[in-house]
Write a new protein. Structure first.
Length: 157
């Protein structure tokens, strides 16, 4: 005779009932987090759809801004052209690409007035703005500076 058969009908019912209760608790503990996550995601869905609609509405604006930004190679060429117009001969490695439409410029022994004119031309004509600027004067050459600056495409308002 097995242990189960030795139990009275009342004890068998108690064991079966207890087993069923334990299984229900285990099932609930497994299913409840899934149901809670579903409720939370369902509640977040309208806000996420609104965000998506907002982003999709901005796609033409972003595309226009990207199209308006000159490629990096053009930015480097524009900096070199503007410097050449002012008579500033930049070293071959003075201008390097930075990001999608930016550039890093490092110059030695440049007249401060020329630097200011260069930055003004780049902003007004070429739509490039200074992001960072480091200028050091050259004590041995009055009016001359060394400068390093980062340029980026000006964003439309």
């Amino acid at each position: 005779m097995t242990r189960w058969q030795e139990l009275s009908p009342r004890e068998r019912h108690a064991v079966l009932g207890g087993s069923a209760a334990v299984l229900l608790v285990i099932a609930w503990l497994a299913v409840e987090p899934v149901l809670e996550a579903h409720r939370r995601y369902t509640a977040e869905l309208p806000a996420l759809r609104a965000d998506l609609a907002w982003m999709e509405a901005r796609v033409p604006v972003v595309a226009a801004l990207r199209a308006a930004r000159p490629p990096t190679g053009q930015t480097v060429a524009r900096v070199r052209a503007a410097a050449g117009e002012l008579g500033a001969n930049l070293a071959p490695d003075a201008v390097s690409p930075r990001g999608e439409a930016g550039a890093r410029v490092v110059v030695e022994d440049l007249a401060f007035a020329t630097l200011v004119q260069l930055l003004a031309i780049l902003e007004q004509r070429d739509g490039l703005v200074v992001v960072t600027l480091e200028v050091a004067r050259k004590p041995e050459h009055p009016g001359q500076v060394s400068a390093a600056f980062d340029l980026a495409a000006k964003h439309a308002p």
